[in-house]
Structures are given as structure tokens and as C-alpha cells.
Design a protein around this ligand. Structure first.
Ligand SMILES: [Ca+2]
Ligand SMILES: [Ca+2]
Ligand SMILES: [Ca+2]
Length: 479
């Protein structure tokens, strides 16, 4: 492999930027004479390029992985604007954003790469002040009273009252406010008021937990992930409040019983878009979505997304599929999901899905996916196991409808219900609301060390009168 390592440093006299400028790149030999374009290097400051180059033999796989991880980490380092010495730049290759950071304001814009496919847009958030209601007690300094910048983080002090911090990561750009002192005033929650300037449409979410910034109705940017906690680590109730004229957003935090200092921490991010990875793009991709639990035991929850059967204009039928996407510290990984194809002689695979919990107590969560027999029309549910390498796609356990009636709608509802009998194996519930002329039934399947026990406990309609649709929905209270 014709790869070599390329190392360069820019030593900035301003101590603030020590550690913010060194970067690594990895190029193939074909690229050696071309302008660097990989690993986020193209996003770096042009003035910082090519101070020295080091060529060596192809590194071992572990070393290569470590270097690539380092390249990715350094792509998020902050650097000083070549145009405005007071401004700091944060490139965010994962989000396709470029941000200009200042002591009390920052501007987020679409990065050059993404701009090719998008109209130029930007959002500026400028701190107006911190207080209660409209009474602003702490006003930002024009120039920070103390600035630090290290790798992907920058901090700007504003006297003794508060500080503004930034953190640039694959998850997005965080701008945190640390309040060292309680703003005076007795009534109402504390508010961080920000003036909002943008050429995007702004919409506040009804739950007060996000602002959507839209271009022609499509969300391109989201201001969300608001968290607030006090000096004891206690999480404080918080919300975002957009003014009627949409020119101000307030981060409102209930500090009535808080111990100062407080940290108020929202996140700016772009929405994740996932397109069906299958050979034929289906408009039904995403018609069902379910939390899968942590299928590969890495500490991050995973998610199931289904695409149903569909036919093209020539009548060619594309079979339904389900995809398992994996969580990570940077959020959902949109590449390389595990693909589950509909088992033989089935249709409507993925019509209903659920995380089962850890049925066999091996440390990996397992999942349930419903389908329908093409030949008999009977409903069924498949049980798939988690593992250290992800969801096991082969040999799922078949749960056939005990009612053996195509009209019983067995599997129309499925749910992990936690460990019902306390034997340390999680259990699941499957509903069959059409059973016995729609009186309905539910079935409890128990977990065991060997997997799921395919003989269920029958939970009959306790009232048993007419078309109750008992079991049309099932859920666990322990999950
Ligand atoms: Ca996981
Ligand atoms: Ca398991
Ligand atoms: Ca159990």
C-alpha cells in the first residue's frame, strides 16, 4: 500500500492557540503531489500546511487505525481565523458545518463541501445577557477577560460572573454557559438570552427542547440537546423559548434550588439523514422504527429501521428488510447497518419490531421482528440474538402463532417486558388481538440461557366479551 504519513505543525506565538494547530494527515502515494483532501486536512488553515513531511513504510493495522483516529480527532481542533484575529474557527466535517467563535457570539454556516449541494445559509447567536425575565443582570464583555483554547475546546471568561465555552466534536458544536454567580432577582427562572440572526426559517418545538432551522421547509440545522446542571451535578429543568418575533431565544433554567455554579449546555447540530442502503431505494424505508437496546454490548443503544415489500413499475417485488443501525459516542452510525432479509416464504417482514432486552442474559440485547407466511397467511415472530459483533442474522428463532389462525394478528404487537419472573432472563410479550373472533389474546415468552422458550404462557382476555381486541398493544412496565 502506497501510503505515508504526513506531519505538519504551525507554532502560533499566541499561547492561547498552543495545541490547536498541529495536525496529522495520511495520503496515498498517488495523492502525494496533490493538495491534501483527506482526514479533514482540507478544512485546516492553509497557512499551517506543509512545514515538514515524514515518509515511512506502511504502518501496521493497529498503528494505522490509531493514526486515522488521531486524524479524525484533530479535524475538530480549533484554529485562528486568518481574517479576524479575534475569531476562532471550528470546522465540523461530520456535520458539514463551519463556525466562527467569539467571546459572546458565534456564527454557524454550511461548510464549503456541503455548500455545493445547498444554498448558503448561516445562523448567528449573540449573547444579549443573563438574568431573570427581561431583566438582564450579567452582560457580556466585548472582549473576554480571559481566553483559553486547547485542541477542540475554547473558553472565554466574562469577569467573575460567567464564562462561555465551546466544544467542537462529531456530535456537533456545543456552546456552554457557566454561571459562577446567581443572577439577582427573586422571581422566575434564570434565562440566558441570545439574539438570533439567520436567513433560515425558525420554528420552536412544542416541548421547548429544540429549535428547527429550515430551508424551504426542510430542517438543515437544529439547536437542541439542552442540558443544565448545578454544582452538585443535579440536573435542572430547562427549556428553549423563542420570542414571538423569532429574534431572541432564551435558555430558561429552573435554578430555584440550584447550587451555583451552573452549567447550561445546548448543542448545535445537523439532522441525521439515513437513506435505505439496499440495492433498490424504497419509499417505505422507515415505515417502522424501533429501539433495539444495546445489541452489540458496547454501551450505546442501537435502532431497527424497516422497509416493507414494494413493487416497481414493472411489477418486480422487492422483499421487505430490516436494518439494524448502531449507536456510538458520536450518535447513530449511519454507515454499514446489519441487514436482515425477510426469511423464506414470508412477507411483511418488519411490520412490527421491538427490542426484546437480553433474553439469554449473555450481555447482548436481542430483538423481535414480525412477518407473515406467504403460503398460509399465518403470522409469526422471529427472535434475533445480539452478539459482540452485532446482530446475528442467521437462524433466528421462529415463534409461530399458537392460534394458527391467519386472522389472529399474532405479532401485530411485540414488546420486551423486562424480567417478569425474576430469573435474570428478560421476557417478551406478543399480542394477537384477532384471536377468537377478535376477543384477543397475548402471549408471554420467557427468556432462558439457551434463548427464547418457544412455548408461551397464554394470557386470555379476562373479560372475554365480544370484539375486545385484547392484546392489540402490549408493553412492559419494567423496561
Ligand atoms: Ca450498541
Ligand atoms: Ca442476548
Ligand atoms: Ca425472565
Amino acid at each position: 500500500m502506497g501510503a505515508f504519513l504526513f506531519e505538519f505543525y504551525r507554532h502560533q506565538p499566541d499561547a492561547c492557540y498552543s495545541g490547536c494547530w498541529s495536525r496529522w494527515g495520511l495520503f496515498s502515494s498517488q495523492e502525494a503531489s496533490a493538495k491534501p483532501s483527506a482526514g479533514g486536512l482540507a478544512n485546516g488553515p492553509a497557512a499551517g500546511l506543509a512545514q515538514s513531511a515524514v515518509s515511512r513504510a506502511a504502518p501496521a493495522t493497529d498503528e494505522l487505525a490509531a493514526v486515522l483516529a488521531d486524524v479524525q480527532r484533530r479535524a475538530y481542533f480549533l484554529y485562528q481565523s486568518s481574517e479576524h484575529s479575534a475569531a476562532t474557527i471550528a470546522d465540523n466535517p461530520d456535520q458539514g458545518l463551519i463556525s466562527t467563535l467569539g467571546a459572546a457570539a458565534y456564527t454557524v454556516a454550511v461548510s464549503a463541501d456541503r455548500a455545493k449541494a445547498s444554498r448558503a445559509w448561516q445562523l448567528s447567536l449573540k449573547l444579549r445577557g443573563i438574568g431573570r425575565g427581561d431583566k438582564l443582570k450579567f452582560l457580556p464583555e466585548d472582549t473576554s477577560t480571559g481566553t483559553t483554547c486547547q485542541e477542540n475546546k475554547a473558553a472565554y471568561a466574562h469577569g467573575a460572573a460567567f464564562a462561555v465555552d465551546y466544544e467542537n466534536s462529531p456530535a456537533g458544536l456545543r456552546q456552554n454557559y457557566t454561571l459562577f454567580q446567581r443572577p439577582a432577582g427573586r422571581s422566575g427562572p434564570v434565562q440566558v438570552q441570545l439574539a438570533l440572526h439567520t436567513n433560515l426559517q425558525v420554528a420552536g418545538h412544542a416541548d421547548g427542547q429544540a429549535l428547527s432551522l429550515r430551508e424551504a421547509g426542510k430542517e438543515v440545522l437544529r439547536y437542541a440537546g439542552l442540558r443544565a446542571w448545578d454544582a452538585t451535578g443535579r440536573v435542572l429543568a430547562s427549556r428553549m423559548q423563542l420570542s414571538a418575533d423569532e429574534k431572541t431565544v432564551a435558555l430558561v433554567v429552573d435554578d430555584a434550588r440550584a447550587t451555583y455554579p451552573l452549567v447550561i449546555d445546548p448543542l448545535i447540530t445537523t439532522p441525521i439523514t439515513i437513506a435505505e442502503p439496499g440495492p433498490k431505494k424504497r419509499t417505505t424505508f422507515g415505515h417502522r422504527i424501533a429501539g433495539a437496546g444495546d445489541v452489540n454490548g458496547d454501551g450505546y443503544d442501537d435502532v431497527l429501521i424497516a422497509a416493507s415489500d414494494t413493487a416497481n413499475n414493472s411489477g418486480v417485488i422487492y422483499k421487505s428488510r430490516a436494518y439494524l443501525y448502531y449507536g456510538s459516542k458520536n450518535g447513530l452510525v449511519t454507515a454499514n447497518p446489519t441487514v436482515l432479509v425477510a426469511p423464506a416464504n414470508t412477507r411483511a417482514f418488519g411490520q412490527n419490531m421491538a427490542g426484546a432486552g437480553d433474553i439469554d442474559n449473555d450481555g447482548y440485547d436481542d430483538v423481535l421482528i414480525s412477518a407473515e407466511s406467504i403460503s398460509s397467511g399465518s403470522r409469526r415472530v422471529y427472535f434475533y440474538r445480539g452478539s459482540g459483533t452485532g446482530l446475528v442474522t442467521e437462524d433466528p428463532t421462529l415463534l409461530a402463532s399458537p392460534g394458527s389462525n391467519s386472522g389472529d394478528y399474532f405479532g401485530n404487537s411485540v414488546a420486551g417486558v423486562g424480567d417478569i419472573d425474576g430469573d435474570s432472563y428478560n421476557d417478551v410479550m406478543v399480542g394477537a388481538f384477532g384471536n377468537n373472533n377478535y376477543q384477543g389474546r397475548a402471549y408471554l415468552y420467557r427468556g432462558t440461557s439457551l434463548g427464547i422458550n418457544t412455548t408461551p404462557v397464554i394470557i386470555a382476555n379476562p373479560v372475554n366479551t365480544g370484539e375486545d381486541w385484547f392484546g392489540v398493544s402490549v408493553a412492559g412496565l419494567a423496561m
